[in-house]
Design a protein around this ligand. Structure first.
Ligand code: AMP
Ligand code: MG
Length: 352
């Protein structure tokens, strides 16, 4: 049986529910909790059995390493070897926050299952009072991937976690909806070259990074197709796929809408249940079994926040054929939105 604790988002580590949930992690169990990005599924990063329970519950491939979450900078020293000056600057600028840094792991500091045998470990300090309090209550660095079954969209509310993992994990701390709605930005700093490689775009944008470290070269490695040997092992897996066949439609608005309307009508004729993912302003332009207005045209942050819940709704409605409006976006949060949407679509894209 999975325990559920409902906690106000600003609860302190003295909260009895967080003390109980923290003790469960310290004893080797798995607990899901909200962060400012998505819900994470946490376990003691030093306990191999506990970390294995994460992989089993999620059905996650064992060569996909986990991010270790810390609550204060003192926990970092035990985890990693030297920290180069650019990495230090990024921590100062963005922690707590949605930025994960890949750093050389201190031997024996975490279970080898956390790093999937790599010589590096990914670390971040989440910007959410419940996450920070829970990590403090557990008293150890907490390894935590997103709290979804592997291949499903990441959870942005506790009900998503419950739907995917009830009976497979020890507990869920329900602290309401998460903030950013997409996973953290993952970066590695090439200290000798003074460059920052973005292994996964997220809530901290390229523009944010540039502002924090002016002059540093910033290289974006977003997809397995672009990086021959992905530096971030997780990037090679199909992710977030809805059960229906999702295609992204790019192009001039009028042409794209007209193409989409024809394509939806044709799909309907062949017995498909049809769906459209668009923004609130455009929902009236389409006819389909389910049209979702995900965020608003002028507000990519809202699109990010609602994206995963929208993908889950298509599954709940049994939609088999889905079209999503594509966004041209190379820098801001839109880059992370398109990265996740492209993966959800298995890179099925039409340009009209
Ligand atoms: P998730 O926890 O599901 O958000 O996924 C964690 C992401 O961080 C995956 O894309 C991993 O491949 C990546 N990651 C974790 N540890 C490392 C590491 N040591 N080096 C590179 N990427 C990593
Ligand atoms: Mg994940």
């Amino acid at each position: 049986m999975t325990k559920i604790w409902k906690v106000q988002p600003d609860a302190s580590s003295a909260h009895p529910f967080l003390a109980e949930a923290g003790a469960m992690i310290a004893e080797g169990d798995t607990v899901a909790f909200p962060t400012e990005t998505v819900y994470g599924l946490g376990a003691d990063a030093g306990n191999t059995k506990a970390v294995e329970a994460i992989f089993t519950a999620k059905g996650r491939p064992s060569d996909n390493p986990l991010i270790v979450h810390i609550a204060h900078i003192g926990q970092l020293n035990g985890l990693v070897e030297e920290i180069n000056p650019i990495s230090r600057r990024l921590m100062d600028a963005f922690w707590p926050g949605p930025l994960t840094l890949v750093l050389p792991v201190r031997s024996g500091a975490v279970s080898p299952r956390v790093t999937a045998g790599l010589t590096t470990v990914a670390v971040r300090m989440p910007d959410h009072p419940i996450a920070l309090s829970l990590i403090r209550a557990a008293g150890c660095p907490v390894a935590a991937p997103s709290a979804n079954r592997s291949g499903r969209p990441s959870p942005t509310v506790a009900a998503h976690v419950y739907g995917d993992l009830d009976g497979r994990i020890g507990g869920i701390v329900d602290g309401g909806a998460t903030g950013v709605g997409l996973e953290s930005t993952v970066v590695v700093v090439e200290a000798r070259e003074g460059s920052i490689r973005v292994l996964r775009p997220g809530g901290v944008t390229v523009a944010d990074l540039r502002r924090a470290v002016p002059g540093a070269e910033i290289v974006v490695e977003t997809t397995a197709e672009e990086a021959e040997a992905p530096r971030s092992p997780g990037m090679k897996y199909a992710h977030y796929a809805p059960q229906g066949r999702l295609t992204i439609v790019h192009g001039d608005k009028e042409r794209a809408v007209s193409w989409a309307r024809d394509s939806l009508a044709e799909a309907k004729r062949t017995g498909e249940r049809t769906g459209v993912m668009t923004v609130a302003e455009h929902t009236g332009l389409y006819e389909a079994d389910l049209v979702i207005g995900c965020g608003s045209a002028g507000d990519m942050n809202a699109v990010a926040q609602q994206l995963y819940a929208a993908l889950r709704r298509f599954d709940e409605a049994g939609i088999t054929y889905i079209l999503a409006e594509g966004y041209e976006s190379s820098e801001g949060i839109g880059l992370a939105v398109m990265n996740r949407l492209n993966k959800a679509a298995g890179h099925r894209v039409v340009r009209v």
